[in-house]
Design a protein around this ligand. Structure first.
Ligand code: GDD
Length: 285
């Protein structure tokens, strides 16, 4: 959408809150299409802020109150990248490791800059990995849960993965949506790190998923060096103190439960797909 159409859309809808979750979110794609990812994940944020600024009539240097529309930017733990410390908090310095992370860092700082320049209620949530049964199949948790279900039901033989030692702080997406909403209900606009504070490896994710279907993951998982990233983010884990104390936010699903939830959902989905496929083959549709 061009800038004029965006301004017109914001002016027509007159929203109270805007959540900018729009992005190309698959990190490896950002090495293949760095310019496109920068355009969408970086410049896209600026365009949203500009549209809100124009509709709100914020023209000068700093306006107290900054208009009525509240803005949420989906920042990412990928900004911490080659992490300077663990766990990562609101004050940890950024060292992004991919064009995706660099573009998100621009989006983060331009949001902060519009808050400081125009007094806008504009905040960033530095969200760690958040997953659910709706996760795209290219992301590692869903790739694993789908494979566990397909292998269990006899529709797949093995699972190729990249770096099994990567450590992430994975949580349930539903919990993170609650955190985003809470961030826009505060008196003062400010940025938060959102995660569970728990570290797990990709290997743990595989183990939890395959355990759920009573299989030994070592019989099925192969490491494919082509899936290892050019510059990996080795360890991410959130310092959750601020989000817990200031927003009263707590995650409700732990990582083993999350993997079980995803595998359970995929067992049903894979069964349905194959039932549907069999009906088609039998000419019943
Ligand atoms: N996708 C994928 N990742 C793999 C694989 N094997 C190992 N990994 C490792 O698994 C980790 C997680 O990869 P993803 O699930 O693709 O997520 P991500 O790169 O950490 O990024 C996600 O979380 C960020 C933080 O919230 C988001 O900003 C980003 O958009 C995305 O949702 C990475 O260290 C990656 O190298 C594989 O076969 N596929």
């Amino acid at each position: 959408m061009d800038q004029a159409s965006l301004v017109s859309a914001v002016d027509t809808v007159q929203p109270d809150e805007v959540y900018n979750l729009g992005a190309i979110s698959f990190v490896p794609m950002s090495w293949q299409q760095a310019e496109l990812v920068t355009e969408i994940n970086g410049m896209g944020v600026l365009r949203m802020l500009e549209a809100i600024r124009m509709v709100s009539g914020l023209n000068g240097s700093r306006h107290a109150g900054g208009g009525q529309i509240r803005f949420y930017q989906a920042s990412s733990s990928e900004m911490f990248g080659k992490a300077a410390e663990t766990p990562q908090s609101e004050t940890t310095r950024f060292h992004p490791r991919s064009p995706y992370g660099v573009a998100k860092t621009y989006g983060h700082f331009i949001t902060k800059n519009y808050r400081e320049s125009f007094g806008m209620y504009a905040v960033s949530g530095m969200l760690f990995n958040h997953e659910s049964p709706r996760r795209g199949a290219e992301f590692v948790t869903r790739k694993i849960s789908l494979a566990a279900a397909r292998i269990k039901l006899g529709h797949q033989k093995k699972l190729d993965l990249g770096n099994l030692d990567a450590v992430r702080d994975w949580g349930f997406a539903g919990d993170y949506v609650r955190a985003m909403h809470l961030m826009l209900q505060q008196e003062e606009p400010t940025d938060y790190v959102v995660g569970t504070g728990q570290m797990h490896t990709v290997r743990d994710a595989v183990r939890y998923a395959f355990e759920h279907v009573d299989l030994d993951w070592k019989d099925y998982v192969c490491v494919d060096p082509a899936l290892v990233r050019p510059a990996e983010v080795e360890v991410l884990c959130a310092d959750t103190q601020r989000v817990r104390t200031e927003l009263g936010w707590e995650p409700t699903v732990d990582f083993p439960q999350l993997m079980h939830m995803m595998v359970e959902s995929d067992l049903q989905q894979v069964s349905r797909e194959h039932e549907y496929g069999d009906l088609l083959l039998a000419g019943s549709w």
